[in-house]
Design a protein around this ligand. Structure first.
Ligand code: FES
Length: 170
């Protein structure tokens, strides 16, 4: 049995529930570093994104440097370091999707949502981002809304998809 008390530091702004979830992951690994991405996901699931304060608290709790945790957060593009909307729309901009119509979908959704990449609708509902290959190249072009994958999208179905998630055109 791993003694957690010897491995962890101050909790900072982490909630007791977050600490409990992180501890559950820590119990599976000898190395605190291995838990970094899970800790980031736990905090993001609770707060919607990972602020500097949250990141520093994770680092302190795992006895890692903030730079190490930031490095992991930067590497995984599903960790948001800025506030995002309730629905994050990510359009695959990797090579197959690019070749099969990515730019049309991007332009269609930018116009539909009236957003540039990285922006969020005023009601806090939708954020638009590019994303790397989503593992569905045989059904390119694709996009994701939160964890839902949408395949064989075109500029019209892209608009229909965001409307299904509650977007109301102005
Ligand atoms: S290139 Fe878009 S899913 Fe692979």
């Amino acid at each position: 049995m791993i003694d957690m008390r010897e491995r962890v530091g101050p909790v900072g702004i982490l909630t007791p529930e977050e600490v409990e979830e992180i501890n559950a992951d820590l119990s599976h690994y000898d190395n605190n570093r291995a838990v970094t991405i899970e800790a980031l996901k736990i905090v993001q699931a609770n707060r919607g994104w990972v602020s500097d304060e949250s990141l520093q608290s994770i680092a302190a709790y795992l006895n890692l440097s903030a730079a190490e945790v930031e490095g992991v957060a930067t590497f995984y593009n599903l960790i948001f370091r800025q506030p995002v909307g309730k629905k994050v729309v990510r359009i695959c901009d990797s090579v197959t999707c690019w070749a099969l119509g990515y730019e049309k979908i991007r332009d269609s959704l930018k116009a539909e949502l009236n957003l540039e990449y990285g922006q969020t609708t005023q009601d806090g509902e939708f954020t638009l981002l590019p994303g790397p290959c989503m593992g569905a190249c045989d059904h390119a072009p694709v996009l994701m809304v939160n964890n839902d994958l949408h395949e064989d999208v075109d500029e019209e179905t892209a608009k229909e998809i965001v409307r299904k998630y509650g977007y109301k055109p102005q």
